[in-house]
Design a protein around this ligand. Structure first.
Ligand SMILES: Cc1cc2nc3c(=O)[nH]c(=O)nc-3n(C[C@H](O)[C@H](O)[C@H](O)COP(=O)(O)O)c2cc1C
Length: 366
């Protein structure tokens, strides 16, 4: 008996109807200008992937200090907003809903890329151990960050959200996953603050909640999504009780009426697939605590995505590496066509090679 496809059913997110449940999840590709201004090449890349029901931009930094790597786009300057306009238009040209992923890396940055040449700022002066920073000259240890003051950064998130709306984005996704700044506040391994942003869980969640409240001055709450990676210890993201931590975060977000919850599967460490960490928590546990739309991303194929939707764990599914290599992924799924493999060259940085040169079905003749 032929199975009904759920991937190609409509779904509503933030009051907008999506024509399918396939998401282009945030994917850093490092093709912006040196000033973080989106380029025409980026518009072409997103235009090629506009068949997704929802497009989430690559991680987009909210201030120059928020960045860790060259050629990552920003959304804090007028030039960047102007650069995003044609990119967002291209991404939404077939009706996709387009969100900007707002990013601050916190202690994952390095003095060599900080505007003042000093170590990056983070919740506490605790360096990342067990990982190395990918500098322009090879891998080097992470530095001990400086403890930040929150008000300025919370405000920068609000400005970035207002800029996102000006650039035509339908909403924003807060990058609260993968051991970046917001996740550094949540996890007690990276947050030893003694003020009201550290200590009890209620305090460690305060930064995230203040950021959401600030953004809600500029965007409706139903246009603010949040991405979490509850089982990941990638980049030294450690907590004494991840289950309690992330269940409480999800319950709190549920009560606020945010646009969606975006969960990264336990077998994903940043951008690669690894063994599920010992004591991983099934994604379904967190999804069950959230009444609104849930996006799940990480290692999914067409078949596993259909299962995930049928089981009720997810309402939408993200396909990262498959979408990089197959710009017309929805058409390929519909046609049951072969998928192109991901080529390592050009994943991060460079020009069209490995970026916009993956052919669509008709062009490749498959
Ligand atoms: C090249 C690359 C860049 C990525 N950049 C981001 C990013 O900017 N923000 C983010 O939240 N996740 C990022 N990720 C993680 C993906 O969004 C996704 O969670 C991961 O690739 C697992 O999904 P997949 O198995 O479908 O590829 C990146 C992954 C890859 C492969």
């Amino acid at each position: 008996m032929e199975q009904r496809s759920r991937l190609f059913e409509t779904v509503t997110v933030g009051g907008q109807q999506l024509r399918n449940r396939m998401v282009l999840p945030p994917l850093t590709r490092s093709r912006a200008s040196d000033d973080g201004v989106p380029t025409a090449l980026m518009a072409e890349y997103y235009r090629q992937r506009a068949g997704a029901g929802m497009v989430i931009s690559e991680g987009t930094v909210i201030t120059p200090q928020a960045s860790a790597y060259a050629r990552v786009p920003g959304i804090y300057s007028a030039e960047q907003v102007a650069g995003w306009l044609p990119v967002v238009e291209a991404a939404g040209r077939d009706g996709a809903v387009v969100y900007a992923q707002l990013w601050h890396v916190g202690r994952q940055s390095h003095s060599s890329v900080q505007p003042d040449g000093l170590p990056p700022k983070a919740p506490s002066a605790i360096p990342i151990t067990g990982y190395q920073y990918r500098s322009a000259h090879g891998r080097i240890p992470y530095e001990t960050p400086r403890e930040l003051t929150t008000a300025e950064i919370v405000q920068a998130y609000g400005i970035a959200a207002a800029n996102s709306a000006a650039a035509g984005f339908d909403g924003v996704e807060l990058h609260a996953a993968n051991g970046y700044l917001i996740d550094q506040f949540l996890n007690d391994g990276s947050n030893r603050r003694t003020d009201h942003y550290g200590g009890p869980l209620e305090n460690r969640m305060r930064f995230l909640l203040e950021v959401i409240t600030e953004i809600a001055r500029y965007l409706p709450m139903e246009r603010i999504g949040v991405r979490l990676s509850p089982s990941s210890d990638w980049m030294d993201a450690h907590d004494t009780d991840k289950r309690t931590l992330y269940s409480t975060v999800v319950r709190t977000l549920n009560g606020m009426g945010v646009a969606y919850l975006h969960l990264v599967e336990p077998e994903i460490a940043g951008s690669t697939t690894v063994d599920r960490p010992a004591g991983f928590i099934p994604t379904a546990e967190f999804a069950a605590l959230f009444d609104g739309p849930v996006i799940v991303t990480g290692g999914h194929s067409q078949a596993s995505a259909e299962q995930l939707l049928a089981s009720g764990t997810a309402d939408l599914v993200g396909f990262g590496r498959l979408f990089i290599a197959n710009p017309d992924l929805p058409n390929r799924f519909l046609a049951n066509a072969p998928l192109q493999p991901l080529r390592p060259a050009g994943i991060y940085g460079g020009g069209p090679e490995g970026y916009t040169d993956y052919p669509a079905l008709a062009a490749s003749g498959t």
